[in-house]
Design a protein around this ligand. Structure first.
Ligand code: TNX
Length: 514
């Protein structure tokens, strides 16, 4: 009801009203160094986007965004060798070396906007900042009057952690390609660079495996609540991977095992220890299913699945799940993982798994990443894995789970890990959160969205915004900048952008939305 009322108020603002200028203090995640000046750049209608070899794709992406709302032609032109003097330049030369592989330097004068980085990814991240420095109306899907101002100054910016992820559970409720693409565009706004897709669970198998075709056609035929489910063809999955790549996001596919496998067990009787296929499952219980760890065919199956998945995955990680394997003994779990992990590395991929794979009986696998999802602040599986050289992705369920309710009255979501208002999502430090896990062992953060109650694109947006930007800032910004008061002020300014983009966000009462 609130959203309807506010949308009604929004309609009273004529689309011809002049745009409100942004300031350099408005950016989420907050940049490392911000040096505002009193200058203002105003994008002229005849401006060009200047690119070099290697920055043309980012230039095309930026121009497409700017053309929609400005109505300007914004041709892509080749940057000259001298100092750029007009328009927006995307350069792979001359950035402050501190920006590294993912950062960027942005210089805004009255005459020009110049973005510099060492990689196209750095430029892409800088473009997300530039979008936030333009008036909110820049995100309008239709032409608006501007003026299209950018506050003057310099930003030098780079991430605290290399891995900043979002996870979407497409197993409990299937989410079609278009929804995933939309989410990719949403998360890219906040410099998220990994999309973890939870592709299999008890309720559904969501990716075609040619050598085991019933996984998708039968195992993917339903979902929580009994709906029709669905699955991605290989071409569709590759379409998602390519779309993510165009947003400088790497897909991490997950096949959860040996638990969370009822959909596979229902599809092939042979995978069951008793040789009997269970019925498809549409409830929300966890921990009841297991692949038969003592049968050889299980390992043929896992190897076939991982071989086909690796072939579809340009990114470095294959996530093998490993959580809540309550129907498997600890010894069998370790034996299973000790055979499966080498399959992953044998395909030149790196193992990623939920933190249970850190158990001492499970061997270390070169470079592996364990994903912490506990509600507490100590875990022996995590510290054991770290002591052997693993890196950790922090997804504490009482802080980073986007499927938890905000408050008792949130209409969707779960609450087993707690209620997570925006401040709760923001107030923790990935570098110190788990005792015995120093910041140097932390690869980054991830915000998982489990989908037992998340059915539509609208649900995804409502649960992700505004908490996803909080997790994104924990992953990107230096801890020295961490400040709830400052964050809530910067977050408030994002609200009008989301409204213009059509994002149905949760109007948290903790934030003074304009
Ligand atoms: C626990 S977190 C799970 C998932 C559920 C989620 C719901 C984790 C690794 N396992 O199977 O979907 O809770 O919040």
């Amino acid at each position: 009801v609130m959203a309807v009322v506010l949308a009604g108020v929004g309609l009273l603002v004529p689309a011809s009203a002049p745009a409100v200028a942004a300031t350099m203090a408005d950016v989420v995640p907050v940049p490392v160094v911000t040096q505002p000046t009193s200058a203002t750049y105003t994008l002229p209608s005849g401006a060009s986007v200047f690119t070099q070899a290697g920055s043309a794709d980012v230039g095309t992406y930026l121009a497409a965004i700017l053309r929609r709302s400005t109505g300007y032609a914004l041709p892509i032109a080749t940057a000259g060798s001298g100092e750029p003097t007009s328009g927006i330049s995307l350069l792979l030369t001359g950035a402050d070396p501190s920006v590294g592989a993912q950062g960027y330097q942005l210089d805004v004068t009255a005459a020009a906007v110049v973005l510099r980085a060492q990689t196209a990814t750095g430029l892409f991240n800088g473009v997300q900042t530039l979008r936030q420095l333009l008036p909110a109306e820049i995100e309008s899907p239709t032409v608006r009057p501007g003026p299209w101002t950018v506050p003057g100054g310099r930003i030098v910016d780079y991430p605290r952690f290399a891995y900043r992820g979002a996870m979407l559970d497409v197993a409990r409720h299937f989410h079609p390609v278009a929804t995933v693409k939309q989410y990719i565009d949403r998360i890219a706004l906040y410099k998220i660079n990994y999309l973890h897709l939870h592709l299999s669970d008890d309720q559904g198998w969501r990716i075609v495996v040619d050598s085991w075709p019933r996984l998708a056609t039968y195992g993917g035929s339903t979902q929580v609540g009994g709906g029709p489910g669905g699955y991605y063809t290989k071409a569709q999955f590759q379409e998602i991977v390519a779309y993510a790549a165009s947003r400088h996001i790497t897909v991490v596919p997950e096949i959860d095992m040996p638990g969370h496998t009822n959909a596979a067990l229902a599809s092939y009787a042979d995978l069951n220890c008793n040789g009997v296929a269970p019925a498809l499952y549409t409830g929300t219980a966890v921990g009841f299913s297991s692949l038969c760890t003592t049968k050889e065919i299980t390992y043929t199956f896992v190897n076939d699945v991982l071989t086909e998945l690796a072939a579809l995955t340009p990114g470095p990680y294959l996530h093998i799940g490993g959580d809540e394997a309550d129907a498997t003994s600890a010894a069998q779990y370790a034996a299973f993982m000790n055979r499966v992990q080498p399959m992953v590395t044998g395909k030149s991929k790196t193992v990623m798994g939920w933190h249970q794979i850190g158990a001492s009986a499970v061997q270390h696998s070169a470079g592996r990443v364990v994903q912490f999802w506990g509600t507490g602040t100590s875990d022996s599986s995590v510290t054991t894995a770290v002591s052997r050289g693993a890196k950790v992705v922090m997804s504490p369920s009482n802080k980073a789970y986007l499927d938890m309710k905000y408050t008792n009255s949130t209409p969707i979501g779960l609450s087993w890990a707690g209620l997570i208002e925006v401040q709760t999502a923001y107030e923790w430090n990935p570098g110190t959160h788990v005792s015995g896990v120093p910041a140097t062992a932390v690869l980054g953060v991830e915000a998982p969205m489990w989908s037992e109650t998340i059915v539509t694109e609208d649900h995804i947006e409502f649960m992700a915004f505004p908490r996803l930007p909080a997790i994104a800032e924990l992953g990107w910004s230096p801890w020295s900048t961490h400040n709830w008061t400052a964050f809530r002020a910067r977050l408030a300014v994002q609200g009008p952008r989301w409204t213009i983009m059509g994002i149905d966000f949760y109007r948290s009462p903790q934030i003074a939305w304009p």
